[in-house]
Design a protein around this ligand. Structure first.
Ligand SMILES: NC(=O)c1ccc[n+]([C@@H]2O[C@H](COP(=O)([O-])OP(=O)(O)OC[C@H]3O[C@@H](n4cnc5c(N)ncnc54)[C@H](OP(=O)(O)O)[C@@H]3O)[C@@H](O)[C@H]2O)c1
Length: 289
């Protein structure tokens, strides 16, 4: 059975394809998530007719422009909430497992200990609100599967925080990075492995959809601390978020408690520093060839 990934060009979709080459990836051209729910359902029917029905779908595509969502909340909502609801409803009617991906930005950042999956969400920006609405639409469908909330996702190729820091440093630009937002970076390759583990387990033993937190492990860090780990010899100036205003506010503390995923799926993602070392080595190897 050939399972599907909705998404093709994004960080997680690329990592899923690399980890399991037999997956059918669906680009925006094949399935545009901004379309109406009935068109999405029709496209899924067409795809199932052409490629045979999957046992599971991983929904890896999303509207991920956090600042852009502030001025385009309707588009963010269509892609991040309405489309996941339509896909989950389609899956529920066919007993197809859905692995949906969500975000630490559903939280308001006021916690002082790692957030658990059942802690009350309260997004501080439109992106987080659209992702929370998507979680609720998926849960309302009564599909089987899992919602994996992750955080601070990156890989070797980007675009992401790591590639932006390396590019700025290479251009000789001063690195002023916020030091009052705390989280845990997550390597897309490790999230892909975790999502595939959950998918395989849920195909074998389907369960009602449940929310899990999945990030790399290790001590929480600020964006400035993450930048310093990426570029250990660069001069990085830590600044307050108020000194670097962005269109969308960000939660100050969005560390996720990952123990439920570890308990139910037997997987602990490696420490974020080990994952970063791996990614930096990957980049060096790519640049040498
Ligand atoms: N990036 C992070 O730091 C982060 C943090 C927490 C959670 N997450 C969540 O993790 C998941 C994966 O994120 P990522 O970083 O891999 O995303 P990404 O690299 O930004 O890629 C987003 C993907 O979504 C696709 N997409 C956007 N609009 C679409 C549409 N209308 N129809 C179909 N596809 C569309 C894009 O396709 P095109 O290439 O055609 O535009 C792209 O492939 C998302 O659910 C995201 O919300 C991400």
């Amino acid at each position: 059975m050939r399972n599907w990934v909705i998404g093709e060009t994004g960080q997680l979709a690329r990592a899923l394809s690399a980890a399991r080459p037999g997956l059918l990836t669906l680009s925006r051209a094949r399935l545009d998530l901004s379309q109406a729910p009935e068109i999405i359902a029709q496209r899924l029917d067409d795809l199932a007719g052409r490629h045979s029905r999957p046992d599971a779908i991983i929904l890896a595509a999303a509207y991920t422009d956090v600042d852009g969502a502030q001025s385009s909340p309707d588009l963010a909502n269509a892609i991040n909430a309405r489309a996941p609801g339509a896909i989950a409803t389609w899956c529920a009617a066919r007993d197809i497992i859905l692995i949906h991906i969500s975000t630490d930005y559903v939280f308001d950042g006021k916690a002082s200990a790692p957030c658990r999956a059942d802690d009350p969400p309260a997004p501080v920006n439109q992106y987080g609100q659209s992702k929370l609405d998507g979680e609720r639409a998926v849960m309302a469908s009564k599909c089987r599967g899992a919602i994996l909330r992750t955080a601070w996702l990156y890989d070797a190729a980007g675009p992401n925080f790591l590639t932006a820091m390396i590019a700025q440093d290479a251009a000789g630009n001063p690195l002023r990075v916020v030091n009052d937002q705390i989280g845990r970076p997550t390597y897309a390759g490790d999230l892909a492995d975790a999502a595939l583990t959950a998918m395989d387990a849920l195909i074998d033993a389907p369960k009602p959809c449940k929310i899990y937190h999945v990030t790399n492990s290790g001590a929480p860090v600020s964006w400035a601390g993450f930048a310093a780990a990426i570029l250990p010899t660069a001069r990085i100036t830590g600044v307050a978020s108020s000194d670097r205003p962005r269109t969308a506010p960000r939660p100050a503390y969005s560390v996720l408690d990952i123990s439920d995923f570890e308990r139910d799926f037997g997987v602990t993602l490696r420490g974020w520093k080990d994952a970063l070392d791996f990614v930096l080595k990957q980049r060096r190897a790519q640049h040498e060839t």
